[in-house]
Design a protein around this ligand. Structure first.
Ligand SMILES: [Zn+2]
Length: 93
């Protein structure tokens, strides 16, 4: 599923790193999780919410890794609820 991104594409789109697999991907291939003011984590569907953000692929494999390693919690210093993960899976793109 993961394919090499041609260099020409890489220049056009900001590249972010998935907290689970550590692979770089264009923003469109990742789901942004943002830390809200109350210290909880939320899926940022717009990609423009203010606050500290982290990125993860909307793939079960990556989500499982991120859950096990508590990668989002560590990256965002936020509380990640179980519901958030099902939201990530349900996010298109
Ligand atoms: Zn990933």
């Amino acid at each position: 599923m993961l394919t090499e991104t041609p260099l020409s594409n890489r220049r056009r789109e900001p590249v972010r790193t998935c907290v689970a697999c550590r692979l770089e991907a264009g923003k469109s291939g990742l789901v942004r999780i943002v830390r809200r003011a109350d210290g909880s984590a939320a899926v940022d569907r717009t990609g423009h919410a203010s606050g500290r953000g982290a990125y993860v692929h909307a793939l079960e494999a990556c989500i499982e890794i991120a859950r096990k390693r508590r990668a989002l919690e560590r990256s965002l210093k936020a509380v990640v609820s179980p519901e958030l993960w099902s939201e990530v899976i349900g996010s298109p793109g």
